[in-house]
Design a protein around this ligand. Structure first.
Ligand code: SF4
Length: 418
């Protein structure tokens, strides 16, 4: 078992806020709409983060809180009711409306839970109105998904049926492949949260075993546990090893014979290791520094060290849920420096001092580091890429090999021009 060095720091942070998660949630549930209750800054952030969707019928928007709203809550309530009524009249296909809180709505203490309750009363079930916070004061970008899923849990029907519930957004194609594998393993019923249609919610109850697909769903997991579900402890399905252990945890919970599981998973492991080997050659021995942002940092560090041979300089994480991360922490090498929280200036000083080969960080930090000739990888890219499962291990490694290759090319070009 690895014995990690768990450290903590606080100070200025450089991370996206929870509003960012709308970008992948609205693609997952096309019958839902995300209405940010915020300022023009919030509208600008969400528009630029989701810029690629400019030609699509948008499934997110912003109810702008103007200066007069900030002065009086009554105005803000009136304005919000007006925006919601206009929106629902214009877009009758919306089945679930998420009111998403922001820094401005929090500052004026706008109680979105009460607003949602009032609107649910008015709409009488035609549209379900839920609320959660995406405010930068209290969330980093992946926590927005945790808030949205937590808000859906109370609407899930009760059931005692023995079933596996996969919790967390994954690419649809990856999810289909994983479900097919679970079927082959012999798990009778597998469903997902979030579902592909917001109203098609899976059931939950004492027969439900939950496998988290993402490591940032602390509040949702707690809520599901309160509904009687069992949260399975396993590493996360990133990399071949993590994905295998993740699937084995489910198989064990359903009493499936280990040799049957091995028959199905072993050929996939052999194929994954073969596909990984060219990237392993490029990555082995390279030093990586992970800044805290997406909450995927610990599973990624585990994969990059154990399956790609990288050296871990520092593994930052926005917050550490030790129970949820236990299986991951056990797989990290002895004395890995895990840093919870952030003091961005101090962290950048450590990066400059250590000169790692690659830094995983937010978009705002990548350019300055690249200018100092340190290769970087945007952590947000990992959230948008289909990286879960044994079959995706090589694609995941390739995401880290690419910036190193690019840096090599740049260095060679510089040498040639000197
Ligand atoms: S919620 Fe806060 S951090 Fe996020 S865009 Fe709005 S003002 Fe900025």
């Amino acid at each position: 078992m690895g014995s990690t060095t768990l450290l903590k720091e606080s100070g200025p942070r450089e991370v996206f806020c929870g509003l960012t998660s709308i970008v992948w949630l609205h693609r997952r549930m096309p019958d839902a709409f995300f209405l940010v209750v915020g300022s023009r800054t919030c509208a600008h952030l969400i528009q630029s983060a989701a810029g690629v969707m400019i030609f699509a019928e948008p499934r997110f928007g912003t109810a702008i809180l103007e200066e007069r709203d900030l002065a009086g809550l009554a105005d803000a309530h009136e304005e919000l009711d007006r925006v919601v009524n206009d929106l629902l009249a214009r877009r009758p296909e919306i089945r679930t409306l998420f009111l998403v809180g922001s820094c401005p709505s929090e500052v004026i203490k706008l109680d979105l839970a009460r607003v949602a309750e009032r609107l649910n009363g008015q709409l009488q079930g035609g549209v379900r109105v839920l609320n959660y916070s995406g405010s930068g004061i209290e969330t980093t970008f992946t926590q927005g998904e945790d808030g949205a899923l937590k808000a859906m849990v109370p609407l899930m029907p009760n059931s005692n049926e023995a079933q596996l519930l996969l919790v967390g957004t994954m690419a649809n194609a990856v999810e289909d492949r994983l479900k097919h594998l679970f079927e082959r393993l012999g798990i009778p019923s597998v469903s997902s949260l979030p579902p592909r249609q917001s109203t098609d919610l899976p059931s939950v109850g004492p027969g439900t075993r939950v496998l988290l697909t993402q490591p940032y769903l602390t509040d949702t997991a707690r809520e599901l546990k309160d509904r009687g579900a069992e949260i399975l402890q396993a590493p996360f399905p990133l990399g071949a090893e993590g994905s295998r252990l993740w699937m084995e945890a489910a198989a064990k919970a359903f009493g499936i014979n280990g040799s049957h599981v091995a028959t199905i998973l072993e050929p996939l492991m052999v194929r994954a290791q073969k596909a990984l080997s060219p990237y392993k050659e490029q990555l082995a021995g390279k030093r990586i520094f992970l800044m805290p942002e997406s909450q995927l940092e610990i599973p990624l560090a585990r994969f990059l060290h154990r399956e790609c041979g990288m050296e871990l300089v520092e593994v930052g994480v926005p917050y550490l849920n030790r129970d949820m991360m236990q299986s991951e922490l056990e797989l990290l090498p002895h004395n890995t420096q895990v840093m919870e929280g952030q003091h961005v200036e101090k962290q950048l000083d450590r990066v400059r001092e250590q000169r790692p080969d690659l830094v995983v960080c937010g978009m705002g930090l990548a350019n300055p580091l690249e200018a100092e000739e340190i290769a970087t990888k945007w952590s947000i890219e990992l959230i948008f890429s289909p990286i879960h499962g044994i079959d995706q291990a090589a694609d995941l490694a390739e995401l880290f090999a690419r910036p190193l290759h690019r840096r090599d090319l740049l260095n060679n070009q510089l040498l040639v021009s000197v």
